[in-house]
Ligand binder design. Structure first.
Ligand code: SF4
Ligand code: SF4
Length: 78
């Protein structure tokens, strides 16, 4: 993951951004991803297989801390 600004990490090659200060490492986003493309790394989610993500937004919707945002539209639908 790349540091974008303090407290915020951007998943490599991904349009999902995680606020690592807001994230409490609960793992709900990982558990709820229907395609199993998220993992926790040092208690912050990251994307393993970007091309398998269907941009469904479930991880964004279920996060109790509003720590995940979609920063951009997927390149496939641009
Ligand atoms: S659901 Fe939110 S708070 Fe929980 S691990 Fe995922 S990003 Fe962090
Ligand atoms: S947008 Fe959907 S498929 Fe992609 S990581 Fe989040 S829950 Fe998984």
């Amino acid at each position: 993951m790349k540091a974008k600004k303090p407290g915020v990490t951007t998943m490599d090659y991904s349009w999902l951004e995680v606020d690592s200060k807001a994230c409490n490492g609960c793992g709900l986003c990982v558990e709820m991803c229907p395609l199993d493309v998220l993992w926790l790394d040092a208690s912050v989610p990251y994307m393993r297989y970007r091309d398998d993500c269907w941009y469904c937004g479930i991880c964004v919707a279920v996060c109790p801390r509003k720590a995940i945002v979609m920063t951009d539209l997927p390149y496939l639908i641009r």
